[in-house]
Design a protein around this ligand. Structure first.
Ligand SMILES: Nc1ncnc2c1ncn2[C@@H]1O[C@H](COP(=O)(O)OP(=O)(O)OP(=O)(O)O)[C@@H](O)[C@H]1O
Length: 627
């Protein structure tokens, strides 16, 4: 390695070094929610105070439901719980931190990883860098940061391994956790919040993950605050400080090295050869309370802490950092530079593109499925002729094709929910906005849906024997394409409103059933009752697709009637002016079904408006409801 390389490495690793935040403190943090059962105000976090210095790693520990996530979220200025009211002060370098400042100096790693399964470790890191880094950071430097972080988290051997999808295995649980943390470190945060970074891992893997975080924290002088459930002895001792919680109250705050002595002093010594974390959790785990004694003991421990000299010393230390005149620049002047606004949607597009062609769940399975559907329909409605007995099968084929294609868009729900999850995590870290997300999601779908429309049509259109003119075929593809775009937009809207897999799936399927019922095929428009007609029919994209396809097929084609028994006249199923010549004009069929001609342009316009309307609503939902 040349001297130049060494210099470069030193420079590259310098990006992570925290020389901004000296200490992170909070006092009198309280969170009150409306109790789900009684609807009365309920305190789920009270009088919490703490101080973490640069280079220290704090564990927020406590039994399940003790308020760890609530405190972590309150410290990161995130919504602590649904409908929660949070009060208290967060101090960064002794200065009261606003949400904007916290977003600039910190990063938050969620408990459930928001990684994209079909992209590799290195791609995950590169995309994270592109979403976060300003253009003043050169490409070369960004790559160096990425490679350095991959190395720091021991992922070099997996750099080109995909994260893992339901049908293709990738990283192990521990590697995923490490990647989740590493990808958030690309932005060079000074404070790192981690929500249960070891959840779902066995004790050896937990220890390994915490070890990597510890090393990074120590080397770069970061402030790390992590909630943790039941650490092993080794993992527990890797933390510098401990905030022990039960019932939303503090049972201990201080160094890990002094915790045993503290509990011995208040009458709960840790037995030799016992995991101290386990001992502490057992003391205050009210889930195991049968006779009320654990709750009583917990109250004693909380009271002991409230009156302890350690608590007074902590208060004094916080007061002192709050008063100390820091020679650091004011936090507001440390605004993290952002990438240019166009770079975010382009990066999302690039990432979605890779996901779309690599992850068969996104479009691959659907393309195969639609091909299968094309073969199925083409062979069921095989070689229909321009004769009157084939008119009804033609109509059925048009209805079934449009409706079923739309219905199958529900297969997009899981892939969209994965993207939504990633978006929510990136948005909470101040990286991606809802507009960039909605636009890139739409744009990436367009070529794939067009491909699906073509694949399906090439098979089904010619097997069935629809109108053979090239223009009719093109028009058919256009209608199918609009149908798919609208159906996918519906999935995006529904899944944005209720991002729960089974519920989104059920609602999208239900909506498709509804659109089928009122699109004018099962019940013709002159029979459909006014409620369904005026409330739903006119916003039903399937109705425009069906009518558009009907006009495309029947607008200018003629069908032969059956000869009558006398062999001279004809029996025609649809009355029309050419019945005497043994001909049913397609327009006779359209008239019988109450479908107007000459409206194609309007219907295309309405379909496009419905597509954009759904996307706009999805944007508004993400912008205002799911903040
Ligand atoms: N609206 C509410 N009504 C009643 N209790 C609530 C409400 N919102 C939150 N809680 C309670 O607040 C407590 C704190 O939850 P929190 O998620 O912070 O706990 P935790 O220690 O992170 O738990 P876990 O380890 O299980 O994730 C829980 O007991 C939870 O049931």
């Amino acid at each position: 390695m040349s001297i130049k390389d060494l210099e470069h490495n030193a420079e590259a690793s310098a990006h992570l070094a925290n020389d901004v935040v000296d200490h992170f403190a909070w006092r009198d943090m309280r969170v009150v929610v409306n109790d789900r059962r009684t609807h009365e105000p309920l305190s789920i976090l009270a009088e919490s105070a703490g101080l973490v210095r640069a280079g220290e790693m704090l564990a927020l520990m406590g039994p399940s439901g003790s308020g760890k996530t609530t405190l972590l979220n309150a410290l990161a200025h995130r919504q602590a719980a649904a409908g929660a009211v949070t009060t208290g002060t967060v101090l960064v370098n002794g200065e009261q931190a606003t949400s904007a400042v916290l977003r600039d100096v910190s990063a938050y790693v969620e408990q459930e990883d928001a990684l994209i399964g079909s992209i590799t470790v290195r791609e995950t890191m590169v995309f994270a860098a592109r979403l976060a880094l300003p253009s003043s950071v050169s490409r070369r430097e960004a790559f160096q940061r990425v490679d350095e972080l991959i190395a720091s988290f021991g992922l070099q051997a997996q750099a080109h391994t995909i994260v893992g999808t339901p049908i293709k295995k990738g990283l192990s649980g521990g590697q995923k956790k490490r990647l989740g943390v590493a990808s958030r470190l690309v932005t060079s945060p000074n404070v790192l919040f981690l929500d249960e970074p070891t959840s779902g891992l066995d004790s050896a893997l937990s220890c390994e993950v915490i070890n990597y975080i510890k090393e990074t924290c120590r080397k770069n002088n970061l402030v790390v605050i992590a909630s943790i459930h039941q650490p092993s002895t080794a993992t527990f001792h890797m933390f510098d400080k401990l905030a022990l919680l039960s019932l939303g109250r503090t049972c201990y705050f201080g160094t890990v090295s002094e915790v045993s002595a503290y509990f011995a002093r208040i009458g709960y010594p840790v037995a030799p050869a016992t995991n101290p974390a386990e001992h502490l959790l057992d003391l205050i785990n009210i889930d195991l309370d049968r006779r009320g004694e654990v709750r009583e003991r917990t109250q004693v421990i909380i009271d002991a802490w409230t009156g302890s000299p350690e608590r007074q010393a902590l208060d004094a230390a916080i007061a002192s950092v709050a008063q100390s005149s820091s020679d650091r620049p004011r936090l507001a002047s440390l605004k993290r530079p952002k990438p240019s606004p166009w770079r975010v949607p382009l990066t999302l597009l690039h990432r979605s593109w890779i996901k779309a062609y690599r992850d068969v769940v996104v479009y691959g399975i659907r393309i195969a499925m639609y091909l299968g559907l094309g073969i199925l329909m083409g062979t069921v409605f095989l070689r229909l002729q321009a004769t009157q007995d084939h008119i009804q099968p033609f109509i059925n084929a048009l209805f079934f094709g449009g409706a079923f294609m739309s219905f199958m868009a529900v297969a997009y729900v899981p892939a969209f929910l994965e993207d939504l999850h990633t978006f929510q995590s990136e948005r909470a870290n101040g990286l991606v906005g809802p507009l960039a997300f909605v636009v890139s999601n739409f744009v990436i779908g367009v070529p794939f849906l067009f491909l699906i429309a073509v694949v399906f049509s090439v098979v089904e259109y010619w097997l069935t024997g629809f109108r053979p003119e090239g223009s009719a075929f093109m028009m058919w593809i256009l209608w199918l394409f609009l149908d798919l775009l609208a159906a996918e937009s519906l999935v995006v809207l529904v899944s944005s409103i209720i991002p729960v897999f089974v519920v989104a799936l059920a609602i999208a399927a239900f909506a498709n059933g509804l659109w089928m019922a009122v699109d004018g095929f099962l019940v013709p428009m002159n029979v459909l009752n006014v409620f369904w007609k005026y409330v739903f029919h006119y916003i039903d994209y399937q109705a425009y697709v069906f009518q558009g396809m009907m006009v495309n097929e029947f607008g200018s084609r003629e069908y032969r009637c059956a000869p009558a028994a006398d062999g001279k006249s004809y029996q025609c199923m649809y009355p029309g002016s050419k019945n005497g010549e043994g001909i049913i004009e397609g327009t006779d069929v359209l008239r019988a079904l109450n479908i107007e001609t000459g409206q194609t342009g309007t219907w295309i316009g309405i379909s496009i408006a419905i597509i954009f309307g759904h996307r706009l609503l999805a944007y508004l939902v993400l912008r205002f409801l799911r903040k």
